[in-house]
Design a protein around this ligand. Structure first.
Ligand code: DGY
Length: 310
């Protein structure tokens, strides 16, 4: 029986399988533990079921000499120092595949919501401002038949592309991996009506959508980010929206994250921000928890994780 730490209260059935095999200690706070609190909580742990909000960095790893396995409740692993974990022989797992369609649903929801001004027009009804049918009011942008640029055409990017094809969209793809239908990033930015980000956060993609990239987009274009906040330069995005370099943005992820209510970005026009809910459906979060538990159980039994990273 190994000691495992879960870094948040998780209401999913899969956790029972972990509890019946190991000693499990769960962080009880509603907010993530601070780094020092996590180091204290996990100092004797052999396994950690971690969230994307937990920095599993060198300091944490050094503070946990018994640590053998980290199972991330996410497909992204930018919160983990993978190189150092590997050096220390710690197995790391994630949850690819199970959240693909759910996250693509949300990306498409943001495309539609920003294009058709769903959130702001609904807010106006709640504000008692629906005076009449407006012949030239609440005009937005057509999604059907438009050009959709996918940056980072992995599983989620392709799932968004399939949705776009269902709307009769022309799809452009740009990414690191070669493919017959890839176009250079500059071409994608210049030609797309919607640019949807699906690349992992790496040193190469941090700040990829900067002032230059935003200025290269069409003035009528909409940017959607369901990848990681740091892929977009937030202050450049604010300037882009305020100055009309682009027509709007829909963000599921932000930099910083969480985005405080007083952040100047929220004052920008034509912006919809949701709180990192890409994978947040009942079924998908349950499947992610099951996968993370499977990863942890396997590694603690000395077997390969079913979904290893790296
Ligand atoms: C992930 O899994 O990396 C998403 O950002 C959260 O579901």
């Amino acid at each position: 029986m190994a000691r495992c730490v879960i870094t948040r209260k998780l209401p999913f059935d899969a956790l029972e399988r972990l509890r019946s095999a190991h000693e499990v200690v769960a962080w009880r706070g509603a907010l993530p533990p601070e780094p020092a609190e996590l180091r204290e909580l996990a100092r004797d742990a052999e396994g950690i079921l971690a969230m994307l909000t937990d920095a599993i960095d060198r300091e944490l790893i050094d503070a946990c000499p018994s640590l053998r396995a980290v199972a991330n409740l996410a497909v992204g692993t930018d919160n983990i120092d993978l190189a150092y974990a590997r050096e220390r022989g710690i197995a790391v797992g994630n949850t690819p595949g199970v959240l693909t369609e759910t996250t693509a649903d949300l990306a498409f929801a943001l495309i539609l919501a920003v294009a058709r001004r769903v959130v702001e027009s609904a807010d106006s009804v709640r504000g008692g401002e629906w005076w009449t049918w407006e012949p030239a009011g609440w005009l937005g942008h057509d999604v059907h038949g438009a050009t959709l640029g996918i940056i980072g055409p992995g599983l989620i990017g392709e799932a968004v592309a399939r949705r776009g094809a269902g709307f009769g969209m022309r799809i452009l793809r740009s990414g690191r991996s070669p493919g017959p239908d890839r176009v250079p990033l500059g071409e994608l930015l210049a030609e797309s009506d919607f640019v949807s980000l699906h690349c992992p956060l790496t040193e190469e993609t941090r700040g990829l959508i900067d002032e230059r990239a935003l200025m290269a987009m069409k003035q009528s274009a909409i940017l959607v980010n369901t990848a990681r906040g740091e892929v977009v330069d937030s202050s450049a995005l604010r300037r882009a929206l305020e100055s009309g370099w682009i027509a709007g943005a829909g963000l599921d992820v932000t930099d910083p994250e969480p985005l405080p209510g007083y952040d100047p970005l929220l004052g920008a026009p034509n912006l919809t921000v949701v709180p990192h809910i890409g994978s947040a459906s009942h079924a998908t979060r349950g499947r992610m928890a099951a996968m993370a538990v499977d990863n942890l159980l396997a590694a603690l039994a000395g077997e390969p994780m079913p979904s290893p990273v790296g």
